[in-house]
Design a protein around this ligand. Structure first.
Ligand code: ADP
Length: 270
């Protein structure tokens, strides 16, 4: 919290003040480093799809492609790269809106089971490409929650995509359940894991674990900051547990609606 003001009432507190200033300076430095890394990543990330788009479109346009098969392949690459670009632009746009505190939520009653199924469908191909099994353990009849459909879908996609991206093998498990207070979603992988000392920072904007790792796996360092912001805007929380080399679990808590007949509706549906 960079806005905190400290008042010094005694000598003891000078020590505390010193520590607070050091902590602040360290945070500022980390922010500067990550910001700079972000801009270099972002220009690289933007340039890569554009290079592909330009190259393959030119080849098609110049009539350099004879076989139908090859033409299809080129078009497919152009399509995939457009999607990548679209995601990147969406994340940047969301980020800039968040910085200005301008995000307006469109709240409705959400069936998280249905949203999870849609998200799982979307990441299916990516998982298959990496031979990662995706398992859904979704309890029936969990209460509806009030939230923003698009943002919630984005939360689930970001976490699922990360689980797949940072796994080399194995399985991603998506669980849905509820307790007295919350509807709970947990997304687990047995991928590369996150070092313990990095865990406090992974939700910060632009933050990425190890630069070398970041380059190898792609991504922008924005996904988790968007997850955290969106879930908190909806009154929920996100937690992470991870073991390096063993795997990671992200847990989302969505508060159950109080009164207003929100919960009853889901039971009627059964
Ligand atoms: P990125 O676009 O780099 O994935 P995120 O904000 O989504 O950005 O994640 C921040 C960092 O946290 C990532 O760079 C990655 O190192 C780490 N991370 C996120 N999810 C996982 C996961 N499921 N397993 C291992 N590391 C993860």
């Amino acid at each position: 919290n960079l806005g905190t003001r400290l008042t010094v009432k005694s000598r003891d507190e000078i020590g505390a003040l010193g520590r607070a200033i050091n902590d602040l300076a360290a945070r500022l430095q980390r922010y500067r480093d990550s910001r700079q890394a972000f801009f270099s990543t972002i220009s690289h990330e933007l340039r890569t799809p554009v290079t592909y788009l330009k190259g393959y479109a030119k080849a098609l346009n110049d009539g350099l492609v004879d076989s139908d098969n090859e033409r299809k392949q080129y078009l497919s690459i152009i399509y995939q790269e457009s999607i990548r670009l679209e995601h990147l632009i969406r994340d940047l746009f969301d980020l800039s809106k968040m910085e200005e505190g301008q995000i307006k939520l469109d709240i409705e009653l959400l069936d998280l089971k249905e949203l999870m199924e849609t998200a799982l469908q979307k990441v299916k191909l990516k998982a298959e490409e990496k031979k990662i099994r995706v398992q859904a353990e979704l309890t029936d009849g969990v209460p509806l929650v009030s939230g923003d459909r698009k943002r919630t879908e984005q939360i689930l996609l970001n976490l699922l995509e990360n689980a797949i991206r940072y796994s080399e093998r194995g399985m991603v498990v998506a669980r849905l359940a509820s307790d007295k207070q919350n509807v709970v979603i947990a997304i687990s992988d047995n991928g590369i894991g996150i070092p313990k000392e990095e865990l406090p920072y992974i939700f910060e904007r632009f933050y990425r674990v190890e630069k070398s790792r970041a380059r190898e796996y792609g991504g922008t360092g924005l996904g988790l900051s968007i997850v955290k912001k969106y879930i908190e805007l909806q009154g929920g929380t996100v937690k992470v547990e991870s073991q390096l080399g063993a795997g990671t679990t992200f847990t989302l808590l969505f508060p159950r609606g109080k009164g207003q007949g929100k919960d009853e509706r889901s039971y009627e549906k059964k």
